[in-house]
Design a protein around this ligand. Structure first.
Ligand SMILES: NC(=O)c1ccc[n+]([C@@H]2O[C@H](COP(=O)([O-])OP(=O)(O)OC[C@H]3O[C@@H](n4cnc5c(N)ncnc54)[C@H](OP(=O)(O)O)[C@@H]3O)[C@@H](O)[C@H]2O)c1
Length: 299
């Protein structure tokens, strides 16, 4: 089976690529640069040169594959609305190409949106509140799941914070960098709000199992820890980096944390019982605090 993966060179996508290759799949990966293309070729991945900004090229690659896993995203937090619109257009182009084929279309989403502005506990039964091209991430989750009625097998991969020991460039790394720059490891308010989390290797295995087993329209919660209190994350980083830990008031959070303030100040709790049962998936990797304590975010 040949799987077209967008974002195959990214943090999650490279682990998903390794997981599929190790399990006998052929992978075609989208690459927008020579560097990403070379990294993919080295693994034995067929390269499709192109960009998220070229929907026609994405559609052609989707059509040629037996299944699609869409993990690329333009993480430009200064231009988040445009990134969401681009996501909408890319997803729509690939899904239109797959219409009536019965093929799987797995795509990255997040647990954060499902719990809305007031953090509750998101489950797989909670729909995304985002609809339309101008909404958060282009409303791509609802757009894509709607193609279950059009002869596609769409599956939302709702990721929480995906941590790991092999050079995570993401959210925890950003917090560690802010702590080093400010000389203090901060949390917002009382730090009671949680971040759901999963180890990257566990996440990759869940994605493969979702490819193999998830029904059309499924919202997979790729979640190992339902909610790690943000205060505990800051304390673990402070201890590991040898820095004091303290609360930052919500009013000062923007100046202290930059674009991360909103996310770190709201949090998400999400469960995964339905996903674990449906996919036969049991997370076994280290916890987020284990990774911090082991030095995954030292540099
Ligand atoms: N990491 C997390 O904790 C987390 C949590 C929730 C949701 N997610 C979502 O999961 C997905 C994967 O996340 P990630 O952490 O693996 O992201 P990442 O490490 O930033 O990787 C992004 C991937 O997208 C590719 N890409 C970006 N812009 C592109 C463009 N214009 N054209 C073609 N390719 C482009 C990158 O290619 P290059 O290699 O060329 O840069 C890279 O392969 C994203 O949708 C993300 O928002 C991640």
């Amino acid at each position: 089976m040949n799987v077209f993966i967008t974002g195959a060179s990214g943090w999650i996508g490279s682990a998903v690529t390794d997981e599929l290759l190790a399990n006998g799949y052929a992978v075609t990966g989208l690459a927008r640069s020579d560097e990403s293309a070379a990294a993919l070729e080295k693994k034995g991945v067929e390269v499709h040169r192109g960009s998220l900004d070229d929907p026609a090229s994405l559609a052609a690659a989707a059509k040629a594959a037996d299944a699609v896993i869409h993990l690329a995203f333009n993480h430009d937090f200064d231009n988040f609305a445009a990134a969401g619109q681009g996501e909408h257009d890319a997803v729509k182009a690939m899904l239109d190409a797959l219409e009536g084929s019965g093929k799987a279309f797995l795509f990255a989403s997040g647990t954060a949106g499902a719990s809305g502005a007031v953090p509750g506990t998101a489950t797989e039964d909670d729909p995304s509140p985002f609809h339309g091209r101008d909404s958060m991430r282009g409303g791509a989750e609802n757009l894509a799941l709607g193609y279950a009625e059009k002869g596609v097998r769409p599956v939302a991969l709702r990721f929480p914070i995906v941590h790991g020991r092999d050079g995570d460039p993401g959210f925890v790394a950003y917090l560690a960098q802010v702590a080093r720059e400010r000389g203090v490891s901060g949390y917002i308010g009382d730090g009671a709000h949680p971040w759901a989390a999963v180890d990257r290797t566990d996440a990759a295995r869940a994605v493969r199992l979702a490819l193999e087993k998830a029904p059309a329209g499924f919202r997979a919660h790729v979640v190992a820890e339902a909610g790690v209190p943000t205060r505990e994350i800051a304390e673990a980083l402070g201890e590991r980096l040898g820095l004091p830990t303290r609360s930052v008031s919500p009013e000062d959070a923007g100046a202290h944390f930059g674009w991360m303030a909103m996310m770190f100040g709201t949090g998400t709790r999400a469960t995964s019982e339905i996903t674990q049962r449906t996919l036969g998936w049991t997370p076994t990797g280290p916890t987020m605090l284990d990774d911090i304590a082991a030095g995954a975010y030292d540099v």
